[in-house]
Write a protein that binds this ligand. Structure first.
Ligand code: OSB
Ligand code: MG
Length: 369
């Protein structure tokens, strides 16, 4: 496989409704769309999940562009490769910057699968033909608003509801949700809004049968999470803290969590994501696929990854229509009764709609081998 050209596009897509976490509100999504083109003119697509500002981790749209332009793309364009697995080694001399690495790696995986006439799911070794998904609901203006939204999406069949929490929007709100929906598969995501000093407050959540609490403590911590997990009945799920297979191994060893949320971008790509999946499977740690408010290209990668066996819990890959007026893939991602049918076509299995891509492109740049 010889990659002859890569096109980076700076994209801007308006969210249908603002998404609010413990860090603040999003109204639009800026991201980099990556198109990798081989010698036969076949394109593979990837997406950087870095946000405009470094609230989730240290990466941003601009740092990703810089890393891609100055370091990663030259390594990809420099010489042919047999398999996308090789990029992990080729990128090893560049520290971190996982979302930048993952953006181009994902495009190469898509291209590789297309050339091999395999779906991305098959290329990864996935078996499932359909996947179960949940939905992540941001912090709302009022408890009534939250209850109304939960009613809507649980009614649509989403297999679990995740609600964002933060100090001041936690125990009392979860109590209301539980009172109204006693049997709902429910979890809470704190996006690192607490510290160990809040242990009692988090213990108070134990009475609500949450499936898990996601990332209660600091974004890079696995030590305090182990202390906290020992005090909680509710399983802790780590998101921000797991950047690699190494991190996952240490977190499992320390007992920092009982569940792991795998995000392809956060761990540096599909190859690393699969390694973490395998490690968790060996240790009896269930995993699920997180989301980063991706466009259809990123969602397609998430769907393919989720077909691996140990993705036994519903992920955050909701329907395109939850986020966008019009997504950039055809068909858009649809969810019926909480299930997505995995596309069987080659590569990501969805057609990238160039007209929609152009519509959302702020600027683009072409890099030749
Ligand atoms: O922590 O999982 C998270 C969105 C943006 C950044 C971080 C997170 C989220 C979500 C929503 O929870 C995921 C999605 O619907 O794509
Ligand atoms: Mg999270």
């Amino acid at each position: 496989m010889k990659i002859k050209q890569v096109i980076l596009r700076h994209m801007e897509m308006e969210l249908k409704s603002p998404f609010v976490t413990s860090f603040g509100a999003f109204t639009k999504k800026e991201f980099i769309l990556v198109e990798a083109i081989d010698e036969d003119g076949v394109s593979g697509w990837g997406e950087s999940v870095a946000f405009h500002s470094p609230w989730y981790n240290e990466e941003t749209v601009k740092t990703n562009w810089h890393m891609l332009e100055d370091f990663l793309l030259p390594l990809v364009l420099q010489k042919p490769m047999e398999h996308p697995n090789e990029l992990r080694q080729r990128f090893a001399a560049i520290r971190k910057n996982h979302m930048a690495k993952s953006a181009i790696e994902g495009a190469v995986w898509d291209l590789y699968a297309r050339k091999s006439e395999l779906s991305l799911s098959e290329a990864l070794g996935g078996k499932k033909k359909e996947i179960e998904v949940g939905i992540s609901i941001g912090i709302q203006k009022s408890v009534d608003d939250l209850l109304r939204i939960i009613e809507r999406y649980s009614g649509e069949g989403y297999r679990r509801i995740k609600m964002k929490i933060k100090p001041g929007w936690d125990v009392e709100v979860v109590r209301e949700v539980r009172r109204r929906f006693p049997d709902l598969p429910l979890m809470a995501d704190a996006n690192s809004a607490y510290s160990l000093e809040d242990a009692e407050r988090l213990q108070a959540l134990d009475e609500f049968q949450l499936m898990m609490i996601e990332q209660p403590l600091a974004a890079d911590d696995i030590v305090d999470h182990a202390t906290l997990q020992a005090k909680l009945h509710t399983p802790i799920c780590l998101d921000e803290s797991i950047h690699s297979w190494e991190d996952a191994k240490k977190a499992i060893q320390l007992g920092s969590c009982k569940i792991i949320n795998i995000k392809i971008g956060r761990v540096g790509g599909l190859t690393e994501a699969k390694l973490i999946h395998d490690l968790c499977q060996q240790h009896g740690i269930p995993v699920w696929c997180g989301g980063m408010l991706e466009s259809g290209v990123g969602r397609a990668h998430n769907i393919a990854l989720t077909t691996l066996e140990n993705f036994v819990m519903p992920g955050d890959t909701a329907a395109s229509s939850y986020y966008w007026e019009r997504d950039i893939i055809d068909p858009e991602v649809t969810v019926h009764n909480g299930v997505i049918h995995v596309p069987q076509g080659a590569g990501i299995g969805y057609e990238v709609n160039r007209q929609q891509v152009d519509r959302y492109t702020v600027f683009k740049k072409i890099y030749d081998a």
